[in-house]
Design a protein around this ligand. Structure first.
Ligand SMILES: NC(=O)c1ccc[n+]([C@@H]2O[C@H](COP(=O)([O-])OP(=O)(O)OC[C@H]3O[C@@H](n4cnc5c(N)ncnc54)[C@H](OP(=O)(O)O)[C@@H]3O)[C@@H](O)[C@H]2O)c1
Length: 484
C-alpha cells in the first residue's frame, strides 16, 4: 500500500471509527463497507482539509467507489501522489464530522458582511452551512444564508429532508418541529429553527461526538411516558438478533426487548457508531447486548455475523428481520441497481439470515422469526413502487418459511405497520404533504410510533402465542381500510 493510500485509509478509519483492518482499499464503499454518500461527505470534509483539495474534485461521484479510487482521485488533483504529508502540512486534530465551519469560509449573505451581528448566536448558521455543504456537496461559498433554498440553490424538499435527517441524528432534533416547512425558505430560517438544538463544540460536549445522544424515537408525550423500562423480564435467557438495529425502528425493537430481558445482538451496516451506541445503551441499562457490524445484503457478512452469534450464545431464540434499504421514488426514477439493492437487502438477506437462524433455533427446541412489511405492499402509495413490490416479496417469503420451518417448531410471521413517525418518513419525498394526508386517513388521526410496533412484536414473541404462523399482521390505524 502506498503512503498516500495509507493516509487516506487512516482518515476513513478516524471519521467512520471502523477498524483499519475492515477498510480494505479495494472494497466497495457502499456495498461492502456501508459508507454511504452522507458518510463519504464527512470523510471528504476532512480529506479536503488534509490534502488542501478544492471544493470540487472534478471526478464524478460514481467513480469514488473505493478507498483506492478516492486515493487515485486525490492524486490526480494534487499531482503529487496524493500524500498529505507532501502536499500540505497535516492539520491539527481531525475535526469531528460536523463542526462549525470556520467563519472565514462562510459566505456572507448577499450585500451583507459576515459579522457576528449577521450570524445567529452560537453560530448555528455556520454549522448548518457546513453540514448542508457536506450533504449536498455544494461548495460552502455557494450557500448564501439568505438565498431561497429551492429557487436559488436548488435544494428541494428531498434534499432538505436529507439535511434534516443528518441534523436529527447528530443533534437530537425532534422528528416534528413546530415551524412549518413553508416558513423555512432560507438557510437562515432553518438555522433559526434549529438554533435551540445545534450547539458549537464546547457549548455542549456531546456535539463533538459524531452522533448526538439519541432522542426518543417517536415524538408524542405518550411515547415518552411509555419509554420507562417495564417492570418484568419475560424474555430473560432468550437470545434475539435484530438486523438493522442501530437506528430507527430496529433500535426501538432492540432496546424494548432488552428491557424485557432478552440478550440482544444488535446489527448495523451504514450506521456503525449508532449500532455500537445501541448495544452500549442496552448494557448501560443493565441488559446484555453485542453489536455485530455487517450487511444483510452480503452473504459473507451474514455468515460471519451468525458464526459470531453461535460462538457467543450457542443458539438463537428470535430473529427480527428489520433491515431494509430501498429507493423511495416514482417508477420513472428507479434504476435496475435500485431494484437489485432493495431486493438483495430485504428479500435475499432475509432468506440468508433465516437459513443461518434455523439450526441455531433448532438447538433451543424452536424459535420465532418476525419479518417487516408495509400495507403499501398491497396498493398504490406515492413513491413506494419499488419498496411496495419488494415488501410483497417479503410477505410471500414469510409464508413459505412458516411452512418449511414448522417441523423445527419455528413460527414465522410478518408485522406490517403503517407509516411510522421517524427518520424514514422524513426522507419521503413530499413528506410534509403525505404525512398530513396519511394522518387524516387513519381512524385515529395519528400514524404508528415505533413503540406501537415494538410492543406488538413483544406480544408475538411471548411464550403463550404459539398458533400464529405465516400471518401478515397489519398495524396501521385503519389507513389501508380507509384508503391512503
Ligand atoms: N418507517 C416506516 O414508516 C415503516 C413502515 C412499515 C414498515 N417499515 C419497515 O420497518 C423496518 C425498519 O424501518 P425504519 O423506518 O427504521 O427504516 P430505515 O430508517 O430505512 O432504517 C433501515 C434500517 O435498516 C438498516 N440497513 C439498511 N441497509 C442495511 C444492510 N445492508 N445491512 C444491515 N442493515 C441495513 C439500517 O441500518 P444502517 O444505517 O446501519 O445500514 C437501518 O437500521 C424496515 O424493514 C421498514 O421497511 C417501516
Amino acid at each position: 500500500m502506498t503512503q498516500a493510500q495509507a493516509e487516506v485509509q487512516g482518515i476513513f478509519a478516524e471519521v467512520t471509527r471502523y477498524p483499519l483492518d475492515v477498510l480494505d482499499p479495494n472494497a466497495h464503499l457502499e456495498e461492502d463497507l456501508g459508507i454511504d454518500s452522507v458518510k463519504l461527505g464527512e470523510v471528504f470534509s476532512v480529506l479536503r482539509e488534509r490534502f488542501s483539495l478544492p471544493a470540487e474534485l472534478g471526478v464524478p461521484r460514481e467513480q469514488l467507489t473505493s478507498i483506492a479510487a478516492v486515493t487515485a482521485a486525490i492524486a490526480s488533483v494534487t499531482g503529487k501522489g496524493g500524500s498529505a504529508s507532501v502536499v500540505a502540512p497535516v492539520a491539527a486534530p481531525i475535526p469531528a464530522p460536523v463542526t462549525a465551519a470556520p467563519p472565514a469560509t462562510v459566505a456572507p449573505a448577499s450585500g451583507q458582511a459576515a459579522t457576528g451581528a449577521t450570524l445567529l448566536s452560537g453560530d448555528t448558521e455556520s454549522q448548518l452551512i457546513a453540514l448542508v455543504a457536506e450533504v449536498t456537496r455544494y461548495p460552502v461559498d455557494v450557500l448564501d444564508p439568505v438565498a431561497d433554498l429551492e429557487e436559488d440553490l436548488g435544494i428541494d424538499s428531498v434534499k432538505l429532508g436529507e439535511v434534516f435527517s443528518v441534523v436529527r441524528e447528530r443533534y437530537g432534533v425532534p422528528t416534528t418541529l413546530d415551524t412549518p416547512r413553508s416558513e423555512m425558505r432560507t438557510l437562515r430560517d432553518v438555522a433559526r429553527v434549529l438554533q435551540p438544538y445545534m450547539r458549537l463544540p464546547g457549548e455542549r460536549a456531546d456535539t463533538l461526538a459524531p452522533v448526538a445522544p439519541r432522542p426518543a424515537t417517536a415524538v408524542s408525550p405518550a411515547t415518552r411516558t411509555a419509554a420507562a423500562p417495564p417492570p418484568h423480564r419475560p424474555f430473560e435467557g432468550k437470545v434475539l438478533f435484530v438486523s438493522g438495529s442501530g437506528r430507527g425502528l430496529g433500535h426501538d425493537i432492540a432496546t424494548y426487548l432488552a428491557d424485557l430481558g432478552a440478550s440482544v445482538v444488535v446489527n448495523s451496516f451504514h450506521s456503525r457508531p449508532q449500532g455500537e451506541q445501541t448495544a452500549q445503551e442496552i448494557r448501560d441499562r443493565g441488559g446484555d447486548a453485542l453489536h455485530l457490524w455487517g450487511s444483510m445484503a452480503n452473504p459473507e457478512h451474514v455468515d460471519r455475523i451468525f458464526d459470531e452469534i453461535e460462538a457467543r450464545y450457542h443458539g438463537l431464540d428470535f430473529l427480527v428481520a428489520n433491515a431494509s434499504n430501498g429507493m423511495l421514488a416514482r417508477l420513472k426514477d428507479i434504476t435496475a441497481k435500485d431494484w437489485e439493492k432493495a431486493y438483495r437487502t430485504n428479500v435475499v438477506g432475509l432468506h440468508q439470515c433465516a437459513l443461518r437462524a434455523v439450526p441455531l433455533m433448532r438447538t433451543r427446541g424452536g424459535g420465532k422469526i418476525i419479518t417487516l412489511s408495509s400495507p403499501a405492499a398491497h396498493g398504490y402509495v406515492d413513491y413506494f413502487g419499488c419498496m411496495g413490490t419488494v415488501k410483497a416479496a417479503v410477505e410471500s417469503l414469510t409464508k413459505s418459511m412458516a411452512i418449511e420451518f414448522a417441523p423445527d417448531n419455528i413460527q414465522v410471521n410478518c408485522v406490517s405497520p403503517g407509516p411510522i413517525y421517524g427518520e424514514l418518513l422524513q426522507k419521503w419525498p413530499e413528506s410534509e404533504r403525505l404525512i398530513r394526508q396519511w394522518e387524516d386517513n387513519t381512524a385515529y388521526s395519528r400514524l404508528c410510533e415505533s413503540r406501537d410496533v415494538s410492543h406488538f412484536i413483544a406480544y408475538l414473541l411471548s411464550e403463550p402465542v404459539k398458533l400464529f404462523t405465516g400471518s401478515v399482521l397489519v398495524l396501521d390505524g385503519g389507513i389501508s381500510s380507509q384508503g391512503w
